[in-house]
Design a protein around this ligand. Structure first.
Ligand SMILES: O=C(CCCC[C@@H]1SC[C@@H]2NC(=O)N[C@@H]21)NCCc1cc([N+](=O)[O-])ccc1O
Length: 124
């Protein structure tokens, strides 16, 4: 299939991995995210993700977004990106993310959001 569907097992360059369920007809999906890193001293636990991708009947390299609600810290990350497929059929998810930390007061709001990029490739 010359189109990129997000369901399956993925890893990124930090060593995190995620499992995405079947993508339903309206592009919605859920899954689980296991981050290899954390900005807290908390013990890392698997966290749920929810997202959507543009339907692949119209697009071969769809854009998508998903949110991870971390189970071990009062923080949230949103990932947004696109799935690319090379001429050998190898898929890559190029993403940017925003990590929002819970801070104690509006005065600390300025320092509550981190930004970064991650590239995911399929496992197996
Ligand atoms: O660490 C997390 C959740 C895991 C985030 C993993 C990121 S998501 C993007 C990137 N890609 C990937 O695979 N993993 C990383 N939240 C900490 C926020 C926080 C920080 C502080 N602090 O630093 O003081 C205090 C209290 C806090 O709640």
């Amino acid at each position: 299939a010359r189109k990129c569907v997000l369901s399956g097992l993925w890893k990124n360059e930090l060593g995190s991995n995620m499992t995405i369920s079947a993508v339903n007809t309206d592009g919605g999906f859920t899954g689980l995210y296991h981050t290899a890193v954390t900005a807290t001293d908390k013990h890392i636990r698997v966290s749920p993700l929810k997202g959507s991708q543009k339907p692949t009947n119209q697009r071969k390299q769809p854009t998508f977004g998903f949110t991870v609600s971390w189970t071990f810290s009062n923080s949230m990350t949103v990932f947004v990106g696109q799935c690319f497929m090379d001429d050998k059929g190898k898929e890559t998810l190029k993403t940017m993310w925003l990590l929002r930390e819970e801070v104690s007061s509006p005065g600390a709001d300025w320092k509550a959001t981190r930004v970064g990029t991650n590239i995911f490739t399929r496992i197996k």
